[in-house]
Design a protein around this ligand. Structure first.
Ligand SMILES: Cc1ncc(COP(=O)(O)O)c(C=O)c1O
Length: 365
């Protein structure tokens, strides 16, 4: 048996009858960018999230970058974030001219350690960008208290966490504003790039709508320098369909994760813990000092594994100038050396999961 980390072809097979007519309709409509599907998608996802404004953009990276721009974050400013995330979280801070400041992780959830955030605040700090890594929200109530105390803007990188929640509210509605990605591998993924910003702030939403469209409210009249960050109609039509399946897919991910957790409970593995919010298992990650041996064993048996992420951001070459050295953020560094992902996706069969479970158990037998 050969198993990949996720199976987008199988998902498409199951959705083909819904997707094809919607795409054909867009093709026949002659309206391909920011049309009625984008408008409806924005309304539907705003309702799903429980937020006033949903602003569709070209990808998750733009969602973050536009947010920083709209908030006026730039040269001389610092933004506190996690070193254990996809590069875009920090890249967009740098792109707008600000400096990313990295804070170590909680060892249990692998999210930013809210207890260490306050010590990283300086007079230049403007915002905190926690990332709900792998699909579990960060401890947002504690982070909000810190943000309020120091008059900082609290944001969310919710790119991996659509559909998760904390204290009855969806991820993406737990701070001033949030960024989402619809990259194909995400829990809600298009068949191309896509992104979204969610916020309850009317003025911020207005600015974001301007910025994503060349700073223009009225065609060919420009009030600010914006950019081109639009979602296309085909992606919006696809995402509208997929959004209707999201909760059942996330539920299925949770069931599969539960089954893995039960099967691995007695093995010398660090299991994912669900403590600061509902986990939607964008990725199912284990940790072990024997990670490399386990992964080669699984790969030899046809089971794909993933390393998210092999190198923390504070040790990346591009950030050498920030002055971090090995040992600065020990939990993040250790996590990168021990973490590995197993196949988990809503369409995964019981038989496929049994094969993974048996193979992991065999390794330790
Ligand atoms: C945590 C995180 N932030 C930001 C992004 C950027 O999203 P995109 O790839 O849509 O630009 C991603 C996804 O790739 C991500 O996982």
């Amino acid at each position: 048996m050969r198993l990949s980390l996720l199976d987008l072809k199988e998902q498409y097979k199951q959705l083909e009858e819904e997707i094809l007519p919607a795409v054909t309709q867009v093709l026949a409509s002659g309206q391909y960018v920011m049309g009625t599907n984008v408008k409806s998608f924005e309304e539907e996802i705003a309702q799903y999230l429980g937020v006033k404004h949903a602003i569709a953009v070209a990808n998750g990276t733009d969602a973050l970058f536009l947010l920083f721009r709209a908030l006026g974050i730039g040269p001389g400013d610092e933004v506190i974030t996690t070193p254990f995330t996809f590069f875009a979280s920090a890249e967009t801070i740098s792109l707008c001219g600000a400096k990313p400041v990295f804070v170590d992780l909680r060892p249990d959830t692998m999210n930013i350690d809210e207890e260490q955030v306050e010590a990283a605040i300086t007079p230049r700090t403007r915002a905190i960008l926690p990332v709900h890594i792998f699909g579990q929200p960060c401890a947002m109530d504690k982070l909000q208290q810190i943000a309020d105390k120091h008059q900082l803007i609290l944001l969310e990188d919710a790119c991996q966490a659509i559909g998760s929640s904390s204290q009855g509210k969806r991820a993406g509605t737990l701070a001033k504003a949030a960024a989402f990605s619809f990259f194909p591998t995400k829990n809600l993924g298009g068949y191309g790039d896509g992104g979204l910003i969610a916020t309850d702030d009317d003025l911020l939403a207005q600015d974001l709508r301007l910025l994503r469209l060349h700073g223009s409210k009225q065609k060919y009249i420009h009030s600010v320098v914006g950019q081109n960050s639009r979602l296309d109609e085909i992606q919006a039509a696809i995402l509208r369909i997929k959004l209707r399946h999201l909760d059942s897919w996330n539920q299925r991910r949770r069931e599969l994760a539960d089954r893995y957790n039960q099967a691995f409970a007695d093995l010398p593995l660090t299991l994912p813990l669900e403590i600061t919010g509902t986990h939607v298992y964008h990725l199912y990650n284990l940790r072990s000092p024997q990670r490399d041996d386990i992964c080669s064993y699984l790969e030899d048996k046809g089971i794909a594994t993933g390393h998210y992420y092999p190198l923390p951001l504070h040790l990346q070459e591009v950030y050498r100038n920030l002055g971090y050295r090995e040992g600065c953020l020990p939990i993040a560094e250790k996590t990168c050396k021990t973490v590995f992902a197993l196949p988990l996706y809503p369409e995964m069969t019981r038989q496929a999961q049994d094969y993974v479970i048996q193979t992991v158990q065999e390794f330790f037998a």
